[in-house]
Design a protein around this ligand. Structure first.
Ligand code: HXC
Length: 516
């Protein structure tokens, strides 16, 4: 008969085996590939000693291909819960040392179990992905496991924050879990994501492309927008996840905690000289953002993708806010297909997690051209219009310079439900630029003039005088106040505090039909 000590020894032996994953050799290989192991990642991510593992002794049930003789406790994924800066989170980390982190039926069941718990309890879930995809020895059972996860990703969407870190391979259908979650952060040089890998690409399209080029971190951060952020290595990635979480609430019924800040008189003179006198000269909207927010609090999303618009989280008086801002330094800040999609997605992320929105506007209009039209700028621009129109969080706008045409409406105008709209004194709010407008409405007069060029200049000045300012909009109440740039932070602190208890009820419906 087994003694009590024997039983304890047996448990310890099982636990030790589970901790070892696929064994020391494979752990060494993981380290040689500049990657941490799944367990090391979890330990780094969570507060020290806070991790509680669930299902450490789970094993796969496959008997095909001699799999009954290859049993590893945990089955290639470590799951459980713990805290980050004292906040409860659920997490899973795929263990590449066990069958390449591939996803079996039981591996999927483990992930689903903690996803279900996270939703019931109302706490964020963080997935650390590092996997060779479907467990090849399991066939359709593995595919079913993926779909079970995807389904839960969708049900949890907008209920709890879901963050995906891609820290190794993530290929085939496996990419669709990160794609559905709120944020995907990729590690540079060691991670990649694609639906079909370089070999299939070569066979089907005859293109020669490396994994890195096809789906590495840089590709997805600059070309596809699949990655919201990239990090230099595993440690930086886990730090990025922790920082990101600090801007998000536990779930959609909560708001983020206010961090303590000591407020002064909050006049920021630095904002006075950022916008150049000439309205055609670019300037860096990031300087405006920095001038408004709490020091060092900007966390940019999609920094190198669709750069004519900037989106990201920041703190204002210790509170988390989302910022959407046209960037005059990139394509003069125009709205295009990708910048509209980027801002629309960010708007919805903020709205579902009760994060107020600040929209900084300097937009000359939508980007013209066949490329844009044929790629559906109508539909993609509509996404941003739709997302902002349906957002019920506090929404405040500051027009720093241009707000022209349809883009004026789209960029959080009063008409689509913004709560408070400011403009700086140099704002130009009109249907179109003075030159284009004059060429159309004064065409005959200009043509008949002795010197058409002088006439155009005269008419342009006349139009600009009449419309390229914020006063017509302020007279109508479309702008609530014209403020000096240096007062912007002070005003916004008061406005967001005033809006804190905003409640908007919408008519009952299943869901809207956002143009996708
Ligand atoms: C079972 C797998 C595996 C998999 C890797 N391994 N992928 N076992 N199923 N999908 C095992 C390997 O046999 C090896 O076992 C160990 O993991 C490490 O793999 P290596 O090849 O040695 O590592 P590396 O050289 O770093 O290459 C990593 C890799 C490669 C690029 C991911 O392993 C690979 O190409 N794997 C197959 C990828 C794939 O085709 N997956 C299915 C995609 S379809 P040992 O015992 O030697 O340590 C898919 C559909 C999902 O995922 C659909 C969802 C809807």
């Amino acid at each position: 008969m087994e003694s009590r000590q024997d039983k304890i020894d047996k448990l310890n032996k099982h636990k030790a085996l589970s901790e070892l994953g696929g064994g020391q050799k494979r752990i060494d290989k993981q380290h040689a590939n500049k990657k941490l192991t799944a367990r090391e990642r979890i330990n780094y991510l969570l507060d020290e000693g806070s991790f509680e593992e669930i299902g450490a002794l789970v094993t796969h049930r496959t008997t095909d291909f001699g799999m009954q003789d290859q049993i590893y406790y945990g089955d290639g994924v470590i799951t459980g819960y713990g805290t980050i800066n004292g906040r409860l989170v659920y997490t899973y980390a795929q263990d590449f040392t066990v069958f390449g982190g591939s996803l079996s039926e039981t591996h999927a069941e483990k992930i689903c179990k903690i996803m279900d718990m996270a939703v019931k309890v109302g706490a964020p879930i963080i997935g650390l992905n590092d996997s060779g995809g479907a467990r090849i020895q399991e066939g359709v059972r593995s595919l079913g496991g993926y779909a079970d996860i995807f389904y839960r990703n969708v049900q949890a969407s907008g209920v709890i924050p879901q963050i995906s870190a891609v820290m190794g391979p993530c290929a085939g259908g496996a990419v669709y879990s990160p794609a559905i979650t709120d944020f995907t952060i990729m590690v540079e040089n060691t991670s990649y994501m694609f639906v079909t890998g370089p070999n299939v690409v070569k066979t089907v399209t005859n293109e020669e492309v490396s994994s890195e080029e096809l789906g590495g971190a840089e590709t997805h951060a600059t070309k596809s927008g699949v990655a919201h952020k990239t990090s230099e290595n595993d440690i930086a990635c886990l730090e990025d996840v922790k920082q990101l979480l600090s801007y998000l609430p536990q779930n959609n019924t909560e708001t983020t905690k206010k961090l303590e800040v000591t407020l002064k008189d909050e006049i920021r003179d630095v904002l006075s000289d950022i916008v150049p006198e000439s309205s055609t000269k670019p300037y860096d909207m990031r300087a405006v953002i920095t001038g408004i927010i709490d020091e060092d609090s900007f966390y940019e999303i999609h920094e190198n993708y669709a750069e004519s618009i900037i989106v990201g989280f920041a703190r204002l008086g210790g509170r988390s806010i989302g910022i959407i801002a046209n960037q005059p330094m990139a394509y003069a800040g125009v709205l295009g297909v990708n910048s509209s999609r980027k801002a629309a997605r960010f708007t919805r992320t903020c709205d579902c997690f009760n994060i107020p929105l600040l929209v900084l506007v300097d937009v000359p209009g939508f980007l013209p051209g066949t490329d844009q039209e044929w790629n559906g700028i109508i539909m993609h621009g509509a996404k941003l219009l739709y997302a902002l129109s349906e957002a019920t969080v506090p929404r405040v706008t500051v027009i720093t310079r241009k707000a022209y045409g349809g883009a004026y409406d789209v960029m959080n105008s009063k008409h689509i439900g913004a709560d408070y709209n400011y403009a700086w004194p140099g704002a130009e709010i009109a249907v179109m630029g003075a030159k284009g407008a004059s060429e159309i409405i004064f065409r005959k007069e200009i043509a008949a003039a002795d010197n058409p060029e002088d006439k155009l200049a005269e008419k342009e000045a006349e139009y600009a005088n009449t419309f390229a300012n914020p006063y017509k909009a302020a007279q109508r109440g479309f702008i609530d106040e014209i403020i000096l740039p240096k007062n912007t932070r002070r005003k916004l602190l008061k406005t967001f505090a005033m809006l804190e208890n905003k409640i908007v009820e919408r008519p009952k419906r299943k869901h809207g039909n956002i143009p996708l």
